[in-house]
Write a protein that binds this ligand. Sequence first.
Ligand code: C2E
Ligand code: CA
Ligand code: CA
Length: 701
Amino acid sequence: MDMHVLAVTSDPAERAQLEQIRGPAATDDAVITLQFAATLAELAALADGAAPAPDLILLNPLLADAPPGALWQALGTAGDRTPLVLLAPATGLSPAEQAVRLGAVTYLVTAATPRELLRRLLQSVVVATRLGRPPLDQQGQDALVLESIADAVISTDEHAHVSYCNLAARRLLGLEVAQMLGRPIADLMRLQDPKSLADIEHPVWQALASGAVVRIPAGCILSRPDGSELMIEDSTAPIHDGRGRVCGVVMVFHDITNARELQAQVDHLAWHDFLTGLPNRFAAHRHLNRILKEAQAAGQSLAVMYLDLDKFKLVNDTLGHAAGDALLVSVAARLRSCFRVVDLVSRQGGDEFVVLMAPGSSRLDATQAAQRISAAVALPHQLDGEPVHVGCSIGIALYPGDGDSGDVLLRHADTALHAAKAAGRNVWRFFQQELLSSAIERRQLENGLRQALGSSEFELFYQPKVRLRDGALCGCEALLRWQHPAWGWVDPARFIRSAEESGLIIPLGRWVLGQAVRQARRWEQQGLLPGAVAVNVSALELRQGDFADHIGSHLAQAGLDPARLQLELTESALMRDMHGAHALLHRLKGIGVSLAIDDFGTGYSSLSYLADLPIDLLKVDRSFVHGIDHAAPRRQTLLRAVLALADNLAIAVVAEGVETAPEADFLAAAGCGQGQGYFYSRAVDARTFERRFLAAAPGAP
Ligand code: C2E
Ligand code: CA
Ligand code: CA
């Protein structure tokens, strides 16, 4: 079957390739005549002249002198009637996409298509057009789709030689079709385990051998032929022929390098304080355990110092939080400058810092260091051009005299710090056993709690969680309140800590749970409750073997829909025993309750482990949220990264401690779904909550 082809290209190499398809050929004796147009002017001349109407137009859209649009005009009506095949460059915008947009039948990469195949392809397009059939069959359509998708797709034959590769695959590997087809896949993509960096058996071989779908370890490293590396995620499946035999494999993969970098940035939070960049308390704890072992082995002493700024709250309250933050950054830098690199300066949170002096440090070293710190911190700090003066109090504990474990040393340094504060500002104190008498006060608190458990001194308050977009109510958090007959309202942070230390949190937590579940059930029955009632759960409660049973029986007793109960767990509680946490959380999910991570950003702050846990909600800690609208870009970026990652993991996010409209606006614009904080309401008693939030307005659907 003879045919006439018009080739529009200004690429001489392409032209030379196309010249070769002129007949005759081994497989057929059709005569193909070719006419070339290299410029718009030539094309126009052809259209005007008496040239025969082409059966097919081959078009390279990169025609040197053609402005967009002009090309189509020059093709005129011929372009509408005649089948068009796109000559695509090997790189650049997806050729499949271009082809579909231009209404082309298909596209060719001349350099990658052997002459025989080219002839056959063009002939079948022309024949199909003459017979009035759509020139592309289902397979052709599928090929176009495969070519257009963002995932890399490579298929191989049963010997693991590449039989197909789409554009994304070629881009990822930086290779052209001709460099890939027929080559052993293992030569083109070397894969290494992300942890051990050992080469792994190619998943294509694994799929060929097993006949089953194979996945490589997440974050596997792919070395490209040019030596560069990226991280990929894949799924590789065998292809079966009509008789069920494995005749090849298709591998689909994509580049997750960027996602991983974002992850690494967030994981950095695990060990660092976001404001000052100093190691955080987790890092300090780890470091302390390490150096204690060293000191013990070498028979050396070491010093642990606990520091706290005097009048920090005053700066915060009078000059604002931005100034408070700037002060902390300034103090952090001064502290760092007082020590050697072998000493670790860390931020515990708030205005508290811990310094771990390296093994070999003595009482005298600690005294001199305390003098240096006091002098350095006392120098004026420039905040917004204004000099601000603060002092600091220091408590010091020494190994081995004051304790031989990290916990005890830190606690004793803290006790010494309290003594320093009580003695007046800007002083340092060494730990002494007598100081422990302040523990008496703690015992009183404990006794008070014990008595309160049997009385009606406790009450649950409720704080709304709202949808940031429109302020609609989407749930609430139950917060425990204690009114002691003599002491009045006791600070929850204080009595909860005491309850945790004494184990009283177990009966107390059960009381809270029973109360919250019954209240939720009442609201549910009245049709008032949007979302869930959240209850805080302490680490110790989680560790009780019967925790999940307990939740289940409370729900059953009250007849509450489990989805109406949310449990707020802290990262640190989960981190203690990841394996156990994993099993427990899945059990709780099985019961149907929803799970939230509380205070995110103050603890380990690792989203990578969250990915493995069935978490519904992430509560970003208030220290993250505070002043976020005018915070340093680094902090804003970090928050955005957290939001993006949570979004990736399909975990909803609540910002805690929203106190101002600009904070709420910023968070909403950054894509944070929900907010909670004084800006909306403090925690209020159940009746007030009902009146103010439930009866008043419909909640979020
Ligand atoms: P949390 O779980 O992080 O609860 C949020 C705390 O932040 C509450 O303090 C709340 O009143 C406070 N808050 C809410 N919005 C704002 C705001 O805009 N600005 C500021 N500055 N604070 C805000 P609260 O009630 O004093 O509770 C302190 C902590 O005690 C809670 O922190 C939680 O860890 C613990 N807690 C409270 N109730 C319970 C309970 O029933 N069981 C257990 N295990 N822990 C509880
Ligand atoms: Ca909470
Ligand atoms: Ca919280």
